[in-house]
Design a binder for this molecule. Structure first.
Ligand code: SF4
Ligand code: SF4
Length: 372
């Protein structure tokens, strides 16, 4: 156990070891991830209300430090940045000089939720698990220190329980915290997940938990599991989605979907990118960057002569079917961790759990020649 204020000592120790410390903080009416070097920068006493197409900050009645759920940012923003310079060239007399990005500081993530740990593990499979691995992702990942926080509440769009990814942080952390708001003094129950975590814990004062404190931490997680905002029946879902490729529900979704790509941007496991070359107007500087892309854009599936997925129906069907079915064939794991972000941040409130459930109902097969 550590007293809650001891988290500052942990932040100080991480900074002293050269880590860039990142955590939840209030910016622009949302709780987002940014640099946090002092505990006063955490969203102390704030919470969020989330529903399909709805996100709203609210004051809590207590002073919980982690009394909210996941916001629009996921940690992929740092491990797999939205815009990543690959290399550049600068004109140098009659020749040019190649420039490469400077090395980055080690990253320490504070407040990583259970679903996000699973999402990082999924991205590890994507970027590091196959025949080809991503060197920049590997460099960041190998030097990342993770402080997880067990969720003491579930939002209206959370369904990690259905996906087996929460609410308890099970693996993939260095240290894990459960916030206990006692009547006299707030504490964190600390679980050690790695040797690096054990070393770091030695830098701050701690003591073994009592039986009552362990029971209180279990009760926090039980309550969160009971209050899960949504659920998704995953029985035979992988097979079902393949069988329902011509289901009329895809047309109904297409009438609402704006193909804005928000769901792919906020999703902690979506990983698609495109590579772009930019040059200055006077022709002295050129740069190659990797940028997040989305299967909801027409250009994303452009091959010679046109886009493969030209209709909204085809693009949404591809996204949902990949997440919940084909992803398993590709990476040996599903692509959804039940964080609920795509539901909250969809401007028209399209809900992946509702759509997957609707696809279980019998559908009419399309007639030959009908557009898809
Ligand atoms: S499902 Fe929602 S968030 Fe995703 S592309 Fe369609 S409108 Fe945008
Ligand atoms: S598909 Fe939606 S609920 Fe699943 S991980 Fe992505 S954003 Fe979260």
């Amino acid at each position: 156990m550590i007293v809650r204020e001891a988290l500052q000592g942990l932040l100080d120790a991480l900074v002293a070891e050269g880590y860039r410390t990142l955590g939840p903080t209030l910016r622009e009416d949302a709780i987002v991830h940014d640099d946090v070097t002092h505990v006063s920068e955490l969203p102390v006493g704030w919470t969020d209300s989330q529903e399909a197409g709805h996100y709203h900050l609210q004051r809590r009645e207590d002073d919980a430090w982690f009394g909210f759920n996941v916001g629009p940012h996921s940690w992929k923003r740092f491990l797999h940045p939205p815009l990543e310079p690959l290399w550049g060239a600068r004109r140098n007399g009659n020749g040019f000089k190649i420039t490469v990005p400077a090395p980055e500081p080690k990253l320490a993530f504070i407040g990583v939720r259970a679903c996000e740990l699973r999402a990082i593990a999924i991205q590890d499979r994507v970027f590091l698990g196959g025949r080809y691995s991503d060197d920049t992702y590997r460099a960041r990942r190998m030097s990342t220190f993770i402080v997880a926080v067990n969720c003491a509440q579930a939002s209206g769009t959370c369904f990690c329980l259905s996906m087996g990814s929460g609410p308890k942080a099970a693996a993939g952390f260095d240290l894990s915290l459960t916030e206990l708001l006692g009547a006299d003094r707030a504490m964190f129950l600390v679980e050690v997940g790695s040797e690096a975590g054990a070393r770091m814990l030695q830098r701050i004062a701690s003591r073994p938990p009592t039986e009552a404190e362990l029971a209180a931490a279990r009760a926090v997680l039980d309550r969160t599991a009971e209050r899960m905002g949504r659920r998704l029946d995953t029985t035979r879902l992988r097979e079902l989605l393949r069988e329902q490729a011509e289901h009329p529900r895809w047309d109904e979704i297409a009438e609402r979907c704006l193909t804005c790509g928000n769901c792919t941007m906020v999703c902690p496991t979506c990983f698609c990118t495109s590579v772009e070359d930019h040059s200055s107007l006077e022709g002295t500087v050129a740069e190659r960057v990797r940028a997040w892309d989305s299967c909801f854009t027409l250009d994303f599936s452009y091959l010679h002569g046109g886009s493969v997925r030209h209709s909204t129906r085809a693009r949404y069907r591809h996204w949902l079917t990949h997440k919940l079915s084909y992803w398993i064939d590709q990476f040996g794991t599903g692509g959804c961790v039940g964080c609920g972000r795509c539901i909250t941040w969809c401007p028209v409130g399209i809900d992946i759990t509702e759509e997957a459930t609707a696809l279980r109902a019998p559908g009419r097969a399309k007639k030959q020649g009908e557009a898809s």
